[in-house]
Design a binder for this molecule. Structure first.
Ligand SMILES: [Zn+2]
Length: 266
């Protein structure tokens, strides 16, 4: 039997409940990159090109350091993740974080800016991930115009970004929405089980950089799948620790099941 193809993606960004550049963004991103580089497993980092929040000092200096450091990694693909708030783009009032509130021409300009930003470091984006997976009606056309593919390769081939904000009726839609089946939200063995049950041969799973050192699932994720699948785990989660429960689940997933998948990156 052919192995399922698994795209492991990581959104690398500052967390609203911590807002600490090194704890949420820089160090966890390096931790993730080192772990997968050592295992020779290809992954994709969707790096936030925006600091997301006001009063974050040195975001672009840190981002610069990170992008230069990651150049030497062979298994890590770097792609743009855009939170639109406060993006330093001339002529656009970037006071909203979500794509919905921008016109098509503004959006096109912003995606173009993101591509150019990464090209300065000799990274060549092939995909894109919008904040909260929220899109607008011209988004897919704009992607096409910039030669980018959607960051979610769903089984129905529509390649629609998974929309967090409209997410309802979790159980029924679990199998069609790949990106939420992740060790960030459910235990490693359950992730594997769901992937095997999935009708799709191509899977995309996402994890956030800020979850490496913080147990974040219960406090921020609207789905809180842990509650559904295993109530006991709730008690075991410690709010803040050296390495989070979620990241340990990711490592366990790789340790136990890596031979069952064929890994790809964007
Ligand atoms: Zn994000």
């Amino acid at each position: 039997m052919n192995k399922k193809i698994l795209y492991l993606t990581f959104d690398c960004e500052i967390w609203s409940k911590n807002k600490n550049l090194s704890e949420d963004f820089y160090f966890p991103t390096i931790t993730i990159a080192n772990f997968f580089e050592n295992k020779k497993i290809p992954i994709t980092l969707f790096i936030s090109l925006s600091q997301k929040f006001p009063q974050i000092n040195n975001y672009y200096e840190t981002l610069d350091r990170l992008l230069k450091k990651l150049k030497s990694y062979k298994y890590i693909s770097i792609q743009p993740h855009l939170h639109f708030y406060n993006l330093p783009i001339k002529g656009i009032n970037t006071k909203s974080d979500t794509m919905k509130n921008y016109t098509s021409s503004e959006l096109s300009k912003m995606i173009n800016w993101a591509i150019k930003f990464l090209k300065k470091y000799d990274y060549h984006p092939t995909t894109f991930r919008p904040a909260g997976y929220i899109t607008n009606k011209n988004y897919y056309n704009i992607l096409k115009n910039h030669n980018l593919q959607s960051s979610n390769l769903t089984e129905d081939k529509s390649h629609k970004e998974y929309q967090l904000s409209t997410f309802q009726n979790l159980n029924r839609r679990l199998r069609s929405i790949q990106s939420i089946i992740t060790p960030e939200i459910i235990p490693a063995n359950r992730v594997h089980k769901e992937f095997q049950k999935s009708l799709s041969e191509i899977l995309v799973s996402n994890f956030h950089s800020f979850s490496v050192y913080h147990s974040t699932t219960l406090s921020w994720h609207p789905c809180s799948l842990i509650k559904i699948f295993n109530n006991n785990i709730r008690d075991k989660i410690i709010k803040k620790q050296e390495e989070s429960y979620e990241w340990k689940q990711m490592k366990k997933f790789i340790q136990k099941y890596k031979n069952k998948y064929s890994f790809k990156n964007f």
